[in-house]
Design a binder for this molecule. Structure first.
Ligand SMILES: Cc1ncc(COP(=O)(O)O)c(C=O)c1O
Length: 388
């Protein structure tokens, strides 16, 4: 059992080995904050739970295996993971960030870490030329989301990683929207992958967590040092829930993505919304890149479960939201149940209005996270809520 096994086998077995002491097939949850030492400094690999816990270790091994990396680190939230990553930078460093990243990433960089002397610059990372021209002698990191939230813009990870290698810059990819099942940035040249594990890794809208995975031992050591120093770690119970959830990741994410593709195609044909944004549609500007970059573990293209719709007006948007029966109005995504949100007022409220408008994040835009319900029920719900 190991790295040579296929994704689904790794998801089930790595980190889930039977308990050595009792033979329990499902891993135990180690609800302990501290660990006995046989003598001073002699422990069994764990001393205090901020630094490590056996249930967390199992999850971290599982996450590393899913992203085909060597080192996994679990956090109390996606933002704790991103903050840890940004804390590897020092005052005076410059970092390039995708202009359409999650609102919380914007808030942490601009409103918190800028005050500590790190210079963050927002760039449209769809364009390799814009990325290249933003590089300065003190640029240390490029942090991208692909696809972005909620406009589903893509960044070419492979080409961006070539630029990073030429300039000795670290490439970090927020892979939350695709999950480790639909995209593996490390194999495309990224140095580190970040996840809001609250989403597809948790998969059931019942926990908050984050993850970082890398194959660079020096970076892993730095990240571990910050993780242990800051202590933004998930509880053993949440680690166990995630270990349980990643076993069904393939089944969930594939179904969610199949449902989203079907709904996107039908909505585009129907003309009942102004426009449909989904990387699986030929009308998406970067469909060719999606075909190449977003693939399941067997290399087949996969487009994810997130799609955005422009309703035309705020009145039509609100009427649509009030009439939906199966989609719950809520932030977050990636769970088995379908959700809908208005990014302008919800997930991206921290981003200034002019910035949102300049990139096309308008008030009439709604973002759907498609679940694993029956696709016909979901489609009927959307169509009847739109009044057709
Ligand atoms: C793409 C993306 N990155 C990061 C985050 C932050 O993760 P968390 O809410 O787990 O802190 C989110 C949350 O919605 C997200 O959508």
């Amino acid at each position: 059992m190991g790295a040579k096994d296929r994704f689904q086998t790794r998801a089930i077995h790595i980190g889930n080995e039977p308990d050595k002491e009792t033979g329990a097939v499902a891993p135990p949850i180690h609800l302990t904050s501290t660990f006995q030492q046989e003598a001073v400094g002699e422990d069994k690999g764990f001393d205090y739970a901020r630094g490590g816990n056996p249930t967390r270790k199992r999850l971290e091994d599982n996450l590393a295996a899913l992203e085909s990396g060597d080192h996994g680190l679990a956090f109390a939230s996606g933002m704790a993971a991103t903050t840890t990553l940004f804390q590897t930078l020092s005052a005076g460093d410059h970092a390039i960030i995708g202009h359409n990243v999650y609102g919380g990433t914007y808030r942490m960089s601009v409103k918190v870490l800028s005050n500590h002397g790190i210079d963050f610059e927002f760039v449209d990372t769809r364009s390799i030329e814009l990325v290249r021209s933003a590089i300065r002698p003190n640029t240390k990191m490029i942090f991208v989301e692909t696809p972005t939230n909620p406009l589903l813009e893509l960044c070419d990870i492979e080409r961006t990683s070539e630029i990073c290698k030429d300039h000795d810059i670290l490439l970090a990819v927020d892979n939350t929207f695709m999950s480790p099942y639909g995209q593996n940035p490390l194999s495309l040249g990224a140095d580190v992958v970040m996840h809001s594990a609250t989403k597809f890794i948790g998969g059931h809208s019942d926990l908050l967590a984050g993850a970082l995975v890398t194959s660079d031992p020096a970076l892993a050591e730095k990240l571990y040092f910050i993780q242990k120093s800051g202590g933004a770690v998930p509880s053993p119970f949440d680690c166990w829930l995630m270990l349980r959830s990643t076993k069904t990741m393939e089944l969930r994410v594939q179904r969610q993505s199949d449902n989203a593709m079907e709904i996107a195609k039908r909505l585009e044909r129907s003309d009942i919304v102004e426009s449909v944004i989904y990387p699986g549609l030929k009308s998406h500007d970067q469909h060719d890149l999606a075909l190449r970059q977003q693939t399941d573990p067997d290399g087949r293209p996969i487009f994810g479960s997130m799609l955005s719709l422009r309703c035309g007006t705020i009145e039509r948007r609100d009427e649509f939201l009030s009439r939906l029966r199966l989609f719950t109005l809520a932030e977050s995504l990636g769970g088995v149940e379908s959700l809908i949100c208005v990014p302008y007022e919800m997930t991206h409220v921290a981003v200034p209005d002019e910035t949102k408008e300049s990139m096309g994040l308008t008030k009439d835009l709604v973002r759907l996270s498609i679940g694993i319900e029956h696709v016909e029920d979901l489609y009927e719900d959307i169509v009847s809520a739109l009044g057709e």
